[in-house]
Design a protein around this ligand. Structure first.
Ligand code: SF4
Length: 334
């Protein structure tokens, strides 16, 4: 039985090493500019660090995928094309892309370099997946977090493209690559500048004994003394609707598929992705280790697979809002 790949996030070189040292089959990371959708200050890799990161991963038998999943600027797309060239030169194992012009450029210039279709492309049906395979030779698609396990199984029956799914981490509840919520209050777009809730637009303020979080001046949530404050994103904010103040769109919570691991693997996925390039080295190492242990335990004895309480405890401590959800893997709504 081919083992599913465990793919871990890396926001910097120490996180990349933590992922590899804790059993990641592959890591993914971006360069320190607008070319990827985690363009936060202090995060990502310089060219020198990217070369070192790829070398470190290869030395330890892991792969390194480069994330390049924002849309090139109309006035100056050069940084995006240059990043494709640099990643190829450094020996990246795959490029994670969503933009058509970049897919075309990468395919024509580097015909042997595997291309993975980013979740930012919002592709969730087999006709679209096969279209990208036919025209750009993609070998893998990263599926958006809006599909049920049954949907994933149906896709795997209709395409030879590898399927990568999110296994753990923060949830983007909108159709990915199409969300403009944060742009309305910050003026910058997750899909071009690569930042949802940029740090420069975030404020934590104390008001009358409460802690308020704001994004671009807009009140997102307020917390009583001692309550854990979440990083302010619009989709997980508390707003007034129907005379109540509550998480109108989504509770802060992390996706965690361990309870459905056998069903997800049986549906035909090739890769389990851990979200969180913006998280710490300790998060990356800890979560990678638990997912690695769970995957290995499954393949050792699939029929006897049980989720350990200790795994869930560790993952809950790493979760947004300290709780977890199976997301649409178990929901009937989408
Ligand atoms: S606002 Fe929420 S759904 Fe939209 S991009 Fe940000 S995290 Fe994703």
């Amino acid at each position: 039985m081919d083992k599913v790949e465990v793919l871990s996030p890396a926001g910097n070189l120490p996180s990349l090493k933590a992922a590899v040292d804790n059993g990641a089959d592959a890591v993914y990371f971006g360069f320190r500019n607008e070319t990827n959708a985690r363009n936060f200050e202090g995060l990502n890799f310089s060219e020198k660090e990217a070369r070192q990161g790829i070398e470190y991963a290869h030395k330890k038998g892991s792969m390194a995928n480069i994330t390049l999943n924002t849309n090139p600027r109309a006035d100056d797309p050069s940084a995006w094309y240059r990043t494709v060239d640099v990643a190829a030169e450094f020996g990246a194992d795959a490029l994670i892309l969503s933009n058509l012009s970049l897919l075309k450029y990468a395919r024509e210039r580097y015909p042997k370099l595997p291309l993975h279709l980013s979740v930012q492309a919002s592709v969730s049906n087999y006709e679209a997946i096969n279209f990208y395979q036919r025209h750009f030779g993609i070998t893998r698609v990263i599926l958006p977090r809006v599909l049920t396990v049954e949907d994933i199984r149906l896709l795997s029956e209709k395409t030879s493209v590898e399927l990568e799914v999110f296994a753990f981490g923060g949830l983007c509840v909108m159709t990915e690559g199409r969300c403009f919520l944060s742009s309305y209050v910050t003026g910058v777009s997750p899909n071009i500048q690569g930042v949802c809730s940029p740090a420069k637009s975030v404020r934590f303020e104390h008001q009358g004994g409460q802690l308020q979080t704001r994004l671009g001046g807009v009140l997102i949530a307020q917390y009583e003394k001692g309550e854990q404050a979440a990083y302010p994103t619009i989709c997980k904010g508390c707003f007034e609707a129907n005379d109540q103040v509550y998480h109108v769109m989504e509770e802060p919570s992390s996706l965690n598929i361990l309870e459905m691991l056998p069903e997800v693997l049986d549906a035909g996925v090739t890769c389990l992705k851990i979200e969180g390039r913006q998280r710490t080295k300790s998060y990356v190492g800890t979560v990678t280790k638990v997912i690695r242990q769970a995957v290995d335990a499954y393949y050792k004895n699939p029929d006897q697979f049980r989720v350990k309480g200790a795994w869930q405890k560790v993952l809950n401590a790493a979760s947004e809002g300290s709780s977890h959800t199976l997301g649409t893997y178990e929901e009937s709504w989408q």
